[in-house]
Design a protein. Structure first.
Length: 209
């Protein structure tokens, strides 16, 4: 647990343009506590939504997490790029084979697991049907037990193409359960790829077949 926690950047600062809290993982000697930590049901292990996205980025990049960046591109008044970021990979967290297995498990979570409800009907959706979708859900109450945190981390990759996106959403529900994290993730994915496919079509690069 400690080895993989370190590989996935727990207890380390993640390079980013804005301040970001460090995710914490401490494995205790007691066997029951270890089981709690392994399953994720404890309040000592912490993780930020940003870090969740970094972890999922390893799944869609052959085991290599991507260092997050805030600005992708800056254009001048004429539309010419004056700045273009390039992906910077962190050291591999897992092997490509393990990343592929995690990919399959996350796809199964959307198809028939805990994320199936927010993504219901995605095979009939004009945008989502063109994507491979994967995710992981979770929920836990805060220490005061007056707010329930609902979170989703996942990805969407083109079935016919190379475009991909990672999403990470956390929602705190109080007295009533509102829109869940998975629903927000679906909206974000659909919005991103709807715009992406429209631009591809304008440029004559549409691969929808």
């Amino acid at each position: 647990l400690e080895t993989y926690g370190e590989a996935f950047a727990f207890n380390q600062e993640i390079g980013f343009e804005l301040p970001c809290s460090t995710s914490r993982l401490a494995v205790e000697a007691d066997s029951y506590r270890r089981a709690e930590i392994a399953s994720g049901f404890n309040r000592q292990t912490t993780i930020s939504p940003l870090h969740g996205a970094v972890i999922v980025s390893a799944v869609v990049n052959g085991g290599k997490p991507v260092e997050p960046t805030l600005i992708e591109r800056i254009d001048d008044a004429s539309g010419n790029a004056v700045y273009q970021s390039t992906p910077s990979f962190l050291p591999p967290a897992v092997s490509p084979k393990t990343a592929d297995i995690l990919d399959q498990l996350m796809v199964a979570t959307v198809r028939s697991g805990t994320a199936r409800k927010p993504f219901r009907g995605h095979r009939r959706n004009k945008v989502l049907s063109r994507l491979k979708l994967g995710g992981k859900t979770g929920s836990i109450y805060n220490r005061g037990h007056d707010a329930r945190f609902d979170w989703f981390v996942g990805f969407a990759t083109e079935k016919k193409g190379s475009e991909k996106i990672v999403v990470s959403v956390m929602v705190a529900h109080e007295e009533y359960i509102g829109i869940r994290a998975g629903q927000y993730a679906r909206m974000a994915i659909e919005h991103y790829f709807k715009d992406y496919f429209a631009r591809q079509k304008e440029n004559g690069e549409d691969s929808s077949g």
